[in-house]
Design a binder for this molecule. Structure first.
Ligand SMILES: [Zn+2]
Length: 78
């Protein structure tokens, strides 16, 4: 998970997030910024990064679906 603070454009990668409820809001303990604010989670689709090393979950998913459909077809032919 990536977190970003409002104060600066700091992006922090947090691998093990500890979820806490602080002031009635769900926060990640590790996302506490130097400024004292909690960072907000950055969506994976966020395009602000100059380089994106993205896996293609959609492609691999459609591949799995295709394989599943194939095996279903085979079973139907029995
Ligand atoms: Zn900050």
């Amino acid at each position: 998970m990536k977190f970003k603070c409002k104060c600066k454009n700091i992006i922090k990668e947090i691998k093990k997030a500890t979820i806490k409820v602080i002031d009635g809001k769900v926060r990640t303990a590790e996302s506490l910024c130097e400024c004292g604010e909690y960072m907000e989670e950055v969506e994976e689709e966020f395009t602000g990064f100059p380089t994106i090393h993205r896996k293609e979950p959609i492609h691999s998913m459609s591949g799995l679906v295709a394989k599943a459909n194939e095996s279903i077809k085979r079973n139907d032919k029995k």
